[in-house]
Write a protein that binds this ligand. Structure first.
Ligand code: IMP
Ligand code: MG
Length: 178
């Protein structure tokens, strides 16, 4: 499907993202202080840049694993029905787990994923999302830690895509059709 032309207006600079991740890492460091192993679970694909920056700020014994849930496809609307396309490689029973997501929108994805992971009896499970659009919520879900609350705008960059494009932007920008 051909894309309507659009421009990207910067919303959160690379510098602000880095500063916020440093703050979050202090809080997470306290949260998981003393853990003998923290499994950091990135939700593919949007979280790949965030997880890379976040784990390098954490001075904890961590493992990294990934999970892929079905998402938007190439559109701008949430699918609501969440399916697991790629499951974790490792077991999380009795483990401390941190789920890392790029953005919480309707809430369906993280709500479904955290519930599913809780059935595997982790010792502790927390979630962190870089971005949150609270005004778009359709289910009662809030990540334990959030980088930035943002308004109802379609955003790209820092791992986040529009029809698979723009993931490599170092900042978060909003899509504006021209
Ligand atoms: P939710 O299930 O509606 O909360 O959607 C979460 C997923 O939708 C995120 O992991 C993103 O992949 C995608 N998403 C939500 N908002 C945006 C956006 O503004 N830009 C790009 N992807 C988004
Ligand atoms: Mg996603």
């Amino acid at each position: 499907m051909p894309q309507r032309p659009y421009v990207i207006d910067q919303m959160i600079s690379a510098k602000s993202i880095a500063a916020r991740i440093e703050e979050l890492s202090h809080v997470l460091q306290d949260e998981f202080n003393g853990t003998n192993k923290l499994v950091v679970v990135g939700l593919l694909r949007g979280s790949f840049v965030f997880i890379a920056d976040l784990v390098r700020e954490l001075d904890l014994p961590i493992e990294v694993d990934f999970l892929e849930a079905s998402s938007y496809g190439d559109g701008m609307e949430s699918s609501r029905e969440v399916r697991i396309l790629k499951d974790l490689r490792g077991a999380i029973e009795n483990r401390d787990v941190l789920v890392v997501e790029d953005i919480v929108d309707t809430g369906h994805t993280l709500n479904h994923v955290t519930k599913m992971l809780l059935t595997r009896n982790p010792a502790r499970l927390k979630s962190v999302a870089l971005l949150d659009k609270p005004s778009r919520r359709e289910v009662d879900f809030r990540a334990d830690y959030v980088g930035f609350d943002i308004p109802d705008e379609f955003v790209v960059g820092y791992g986040i895509d529009f029809a698979q494009r723009n993931r490599n932007l170092p900042y978060i920008g909003k899509v504006r059709f021209t």
